[in-house]
Design a protein around this ligand. Structure first.
Ligand code: NAP
Ligand code: MG
Length: 404
């Protein structure tokens, strides 16, 4: 079989610990035998970030802006304990935060569904992808604990001077909070959501509490609608997909009754809470991918989980671990598919689809890593990561030979 050639390189961001080990195995056994892989390699492992004063992370994000598609391995976000463990020069920022600051994107979390692992909500037949706005609101809120009677006010100075509202006349102790967002950030969130919906050909839902929050949440609703009407309405219509705004209460009720198969955009706090609920209801963090979509039109694919540290320590002691590689495999297939789409390489898209199918088939045949065993209905065999990836490789070979 001829290996598939690529045109534009993928930006490859290597990472840490157990996922770094899986990264290499996935490349060696599932990708390199079939694809003349072209990547711009950036080692975002903590050692290299420390050595380069984190310049490598910035370089990898800039390369993503240049080339358009990146695939990222999970990375350690340093804390006090890592500072000592890796003897770091300083406590470097989260690479994901650095990358997001440069690409200015929105993160979409998408579950990988497999027959035999049923979502807790039994009507869900298709994935529900959560898009969370990750800027401002209560995460940057300012709060005051009021001890005594007094007046709380919102005051805007500057060119808008004299804008002032009384929040509350306190007659006793209480609390007050102010939050903000910017039109620019909301607009870039909206663009990312519309772009991702088009790229996935799925409906987009957006919900806020605009009936109560008539200026704040309403502003989100208006900006989304404006941008939709101006830039995306036609493309949505020709793609046969829908943009749909509804009140968050209504959205929650509809989501639970739905069959899935859409993207749900949410404000920062709503997205934080709802993504944990939806992810848990779909089964496992190890089966969840995460896609950063930038309004600049670039994409970064990764697994939603971390570096699986506890497994890595066991791996260092010589144990063969049973760490689930599926989300990391899907980060690769997502990136390869997108590269294939942008460069018009149908064989690359088809290869990535087969690798996804081979991974899902393997689990559906009853072979999986330990984490999935308690979730699986039916007879299941627990394999090590290596054995599991070998099974996927067999299934992949079969799928590829069938066609040739
Ligand atoms: P984690 O790596 O996601 O692991 C938490 C636990 O979830 C694991 O100990 C494991 O449970 C289970 N798990 C997660 N992924 C799994 C997989 N693929 N297969 C099997 N089990 C899996 O989160 P963490 O322990 O909080 O963080 C570890 C490191 O990852 C930290 O340094 C953190 O900074 C980093 N992190 C990075 C990212 C990212 O790069 N996107 C995201 C989150 C965290 P058992 O041990 O019970 O088997
Ligand atoms: Mg949360």
């Amino acid at each position: 079989m001829n290996k598939i050639n690529m045109i534009t390189p993928l930006v490859e961001m290597d990472g840490d610990e157990m996922t770094r080990i899986l990264w290499q195995i996935i490349k060696d056994k599932l990708i390199l035998p079939y694809v003349n892989l072209k990547t711009e390699y950036y080692d975002l492992g903590l050692k290299m970030r420390d050595k380069t004063d984190d310049q490598i992370t910035i370089d990898s994000a800039n390369a993503t802006l240049e080339y358009g598609v990146a695939v990222k391995c999970a990375t350690i976000t340093p804390n006090e304990q890592r500072l000592n463990e890796y003897n770091l020069k300083k406590m470097w920022k989260s690479p994901n935060a650095t990358i997001r600051a440069i690409l200015d994107g929105t993160v979409f979390r998408a579950p990988i569904m497999v027959k035999g692992i049923k979502p807790n909500v039994n009507t869900w037949q298709q994935p529900i992808v959560i898009a969370r706005h990750a800027y401002g609101d209560v995460y940057k809120g300012v709060e005051i604990k009021v001890e005594n009677p007094g007046t709380a006010k919102l005051v805007i100075s500057g060119k808008d001077k004299n804008k002032e509202e009384v929040i509350f006349e306190f007659t006793s102790s209480g609390i007050v909070q102010a939050t903000y967002n910017t039109d620019e950030s909301i607009a870039s969130f909206a663009h990312s959501c519309f772009k991702y919906a088009l790229s996935e050909k799925q409906d987009l839902w957006f919900s806020t509490k605009d009936t109560i929050s008539k200026k704040y949440d309403h502003n989100f609703k208006d900006i989304f609608q404006d941008i939709y009407d101006k830039f995306y309405k036609n493309s949505f219509e020709s793609a046969g997909i829908e943009y749909f705004y509804t009140l968050i209460d209504d959205a929650v009720a509809r989501v639970i009754r739905s069959k899935g198969g859409f993207i749900w955009a949410l404000k920062n706090y709503d997205g934080d809470v709802m993504s944990d609920m939806v992810a848990t209801a779909f089964g496992s963090l190890a089966m969840m991918t995460s896609i950063l979509v930038s309004p600049k039109g670039v994409f970064e694919y990764e697994a939603a989980h971390g570096t699986v540290t506890r497994h890595y320590y066991r791996h260092l002691e010589g144990e063969e671990t049973s760490t689930n590689p599926v989300a990391t495999i899907f980060a690769w297939t997502g990136a390869l598919k997108k590269r294939g789409e942008l460069d018009n390489i149908p064989e690359l898209i088809s290869f990535a689809q087969k690798l996804e199918k081979a991974s899902i088939d393997t689990i559906e045949q009853g072979f999986m890593t330990k984490d999935l065993i308690p979730l699986f209905e039916g007879e299941a065999t627990a394999l090590t990561s290596n054995q599991f990836i070998d099974k996927i490789a067999q299934n992949l070979n079969n799928l590829i030979e069938q066609k040739n």
